[in-house]
Design a protein around this ligand. Sequence first.
Ligand code: AHR
Length: 647
Amino acid sequence: MVCTCLWVTAQQAKTYVIKADSIEAHVQPTMYGIFFEDINMAADGGLYAELIKNRSFEFVPNLMGWTKLQKNGGDGSVEVVDRAKERPENQHYITLSVNSNSGYYGLSNEGFRGIGVKKGETYIFSVMARQHAGSKIILYVQLVNADGSVLGSAALTPISKEWEKCTVKFTANATAEKAHFDVLAKKAGAIDLDMVSLFPQHTWKNRPGGLRADLVQKLADLKPGFLRFPGGCIVEGRDLANRYQWKKTIGDIDKRENLLNRWNVEFKSRSTPDYYQSFGLGFMEYFQLAEDIGAEPLPILNCGMACQFNSGQTVPLDQLDPYVQDALDLIEFANGSTDTKWGNLRAQLGHPKPFNLKLMGIGNEQWGENYIPRWKIFTKAIKDKYPYMQLVSSVGPDPDGEKFDYLNKIFREQHADILDEHYYRSPKWFLSNATRYDNYDRNGPKIFAGEYAAHAEGVTDPYKKNNWQCAMAEAAFMTGLERNADVVKMASYAPLFANIDAWQWAPDEIWFDNLHSYGTPSYYVQQLYSLNKGTDVVPLTLNHQAVTGQDETYASAVLDNKTQTLIIKFVNTANKISDASFVVKGKKLKTTGTLTILHSDSLDKVNSIQYPMAVSPKQQNITIAGNKIKLALKPYSFNIIRVSYSK
Ligand code: AHR
């Protein structure tokens, strides 16, 4: 459909000039990416599709998430056994003893705020089991709805007297949002159990023990240029003992040492004592995920400093070697030939081809003088061995002020590659910072807008909505990122995911429950930028000035030289129509194009599980005459105008 209703008279319109033959900067293919951190139950209880919480009994207390269960007069006991000396990385298992041949005795798992079950889905139960001498315990497993109805069940009899992985599948007969899972034993005897696990068969790419397909799809739909992982503050840990160590997150899942998630106790008002890291989503899975969704991997490594909002522990400089070695080994793991120690391990884990790692972060959100000597040691060691690596350096938690100025100055003197700026600020801040990068040194370090989000309400209020006001302010600000693509090389909204029942930090880009997920208005802003990033920035001006807030409007333009398309981004933050006439010079435009609008009449509008698309892009066709694009652009709208041009 060609919509003519948007034509307005030239007298009413503001005239914007686009010099399409005057390229100002190239847009990096990596420009718009994603920041993944295991916060808000983004990994366990989220992206990682495991349905059993505390599957290896390593939480404190060990039976957290589990309830003892008797049926039909069954009787028995559960004992947690400590084998720390033998298995320091997986210290506990349970012995389930059944006292009589009648009835059932066992445990029920509550899942991550319940278990989402889908009718017709096949579920794969697996367990490490060891029958005691003389026992022939049968295990009955079942998914049970909140009303007590059985949604699916299976039985299996582990036979080995040594640890053995046993598996059985069953199909669910109904859908449920908050089921639980029972493991019941029958016949007198005793059996040891560990790694009690339940996965849906359908995961992302149907990988066994894989990732939740709907959530990965949301990431793939962003067509991200990079994937930053695994955080965030969890890289640092509340103290160094609880820092993220990538080597402990690869290989057999029962050998990946569980760790308290530092967000577990971070905010009293959003306390989540059951938040641990199983590392089922570990570094191999992160690299694989990046490859699957076409994103450059960007791991962030601990640089010998624990979270400075918590203990702020530092490793003495003469003891930093193992930390540096972890970074060097990670590069070998990602890129090394299969003849190398770590490259060979990558091949054994199923990926002989290198992951082509080029980016790495030295520390997460560090600040202060302790960071500098550690950063120097890391940088020298990495650059000496892998000069092609581009290193990301933190300039602290704020976009200005003492901490920022200190690091910004030093890293510029040190010719750092990429500076990671963070800003969680008000919508107003985002609007007034659309010009932030206009005067940055064009020859200095490049900028990674590594964590940002507009926060609608006071910082002390934990629930800050992902409303349209925030998303629109981000869209306006991002015209400034795009205009300065010669300086800003990468940008990612943060945090990425939030479990509706178990979040610690809001706003977030994507929200989910056990069965559903939705993108916020901010998600669609990110997506529209990413899908329309183009290749070359061209000037778009009003009265010879960049459009950075005049009449409450913000704009930028790029060419996509692969598809020969002019792409204009125009954000009208005013509560009135903006009549615009875009006069395009230097390229001959085709006479039709598209206008994609992200818009709401209400600044307070949000998306939700019930209304996931309340604020979402709508596309229509437009006509163009005389190389001018004339449009009446809606109040409170983010607009993407695409028009092809002749070669
Ligand atoms: O995105 C949430 C947190 O904000 C990150 O973990 C940290 O880097 C920043 O303080």
